[in-house]
Design a binder for this molecule. Sequence first.
Ligand SMILES: NC(=O)C1=CN([C@@H]2O[C@H](COP(=O)(O)OP(=O)(O)OC[C@H]3O[C@@H](n4cnc5c(N)ncnc54)[C@H](OP(=O)(O)O)[C@@H]3O)[C@@H](O)[C@H]2O)C=CC1
Ligand SMILES: O=C(CO)COP(=O)(O)O
Length: 341
Amino acid sequence: MRKQIVVLGAGSWGTALATVLTDNGHQVTLWGRREDLISEINEKHTNEKYLPGIKLPEQLTATTSLSEALANKEIVLFVVPSHSFRSIVKQASAWIEPGALIIHAVKGFEKRTAKRMSEVLIEELPEHFQTKIAVLSGPSHAEEVVRKLPTTVVVASENQEVAEDLQGAFINDYFRVYTNSDMVGVEVGGALKNIIALAAGLSDGLNCGDNAKAALVTRGLAEVARLGTAMGAKPITYVGLAGVGDLVVTCTSKHSRNWRAGYMISQGKTLSEVLETMGMVVEGVETTRTVYQLAMRYQVEMPISEQLHAVLFADKSPAKAVEDLMRRGRTSEWEEIIRSW
Ligand SMILES: NC(=O)C1=CN([C@@H]2O[C@H](COP(=O)(O)OP(=O)(O)OC[C@H]3O[C@@H](n4cnc5c(N)ncnc54)[C@H](OP(=O)(O)O)[C@@H]3O)[C@@H](O)[C@H]2O)C=CC1
Ligand SMILES: O=C(CO)COP(=O)(O)O
């Protein structure tokens, strides 16, 4: 059924998801903060900064006005980076229709509080939205989605009806959507895989080889599952799209900004040079800082994240980080948490 949908955030992922929803016949409004970009989307049907060379559907309209964007919308999708999430939710809150479903597609934690985005939504929106919140995640680079390449994602909500309604709005022949009830697991998986992708970029830049990459993905998954489970996730989520699926794509794809950031650091660039060159959000950097605190709070061992933290924020050489990972104390592959899968 045709729905009225607003997508808040006109970067790569917001624009790509708005395209999927428009292709599905919904009436979609894309909100962004820059007049020049919004005029470009409305007049030229392009978003050259974030999705160069892509023609967007002509039916997709954009605006810089939050009140206009949110008027009469049945689904509200937030896709702004985690660092601006709370502020945009606060501004939007007053204009959201009481019956709307709320979904976000953000892969990060709030820097100041280490909260998940759904926790921020619960704090900032009126209480009646609490049972209407969902997250969309999984292996899905915007550059491939706008080219209609086959993609699978997961929509997680504690409310099965909400998950199924949203599945129905997003699913099509190139964008297959699965439901899941584990919001914590899906949100934590989406955020943490960026740390492992940064490490994979470093490893590739140091020519550590394919064995090392496989080790990072596999032991990275163990690390993600360990913290996720301690935070309340269901371990089985990590053998799904928001776990192993997203780890594989982000650690191996040329499209990954996190992988590219790690690679550039291995080539001697400073973190600020990397972030400046990228011109797009690299969520894994702040997530590494946050996860360092979360690992201590939950008393969870996270050796890859810990080494990456030292490389990014304490000037440790990537080569020494690899050496320290390889020389860790001997351990068994299967610990209690992972054994419960
Ligand atoms: N790109 C992808 O393939 C995927 C991304 N994601 C996740 O989606 C989220 C958004 O990322 P993505 O779209 O890729 O990011 P981009 O870097 O492509 O775009 C960032 C967008 O956020 C806007 N923005 C930046 N700062 C602010 C602010 N302070 N207030 C309001 N808007 C702001 C930018 O606006 P402006 O242009 O005006 O600066 C731009 O529209 C991230 O959490 C990411 O991990 C998830 C899956 C896939
Ligand atoms: O989440 C993504 C793919 O699933 C995008 O990853 P990057 O932010 O590293 O580009």
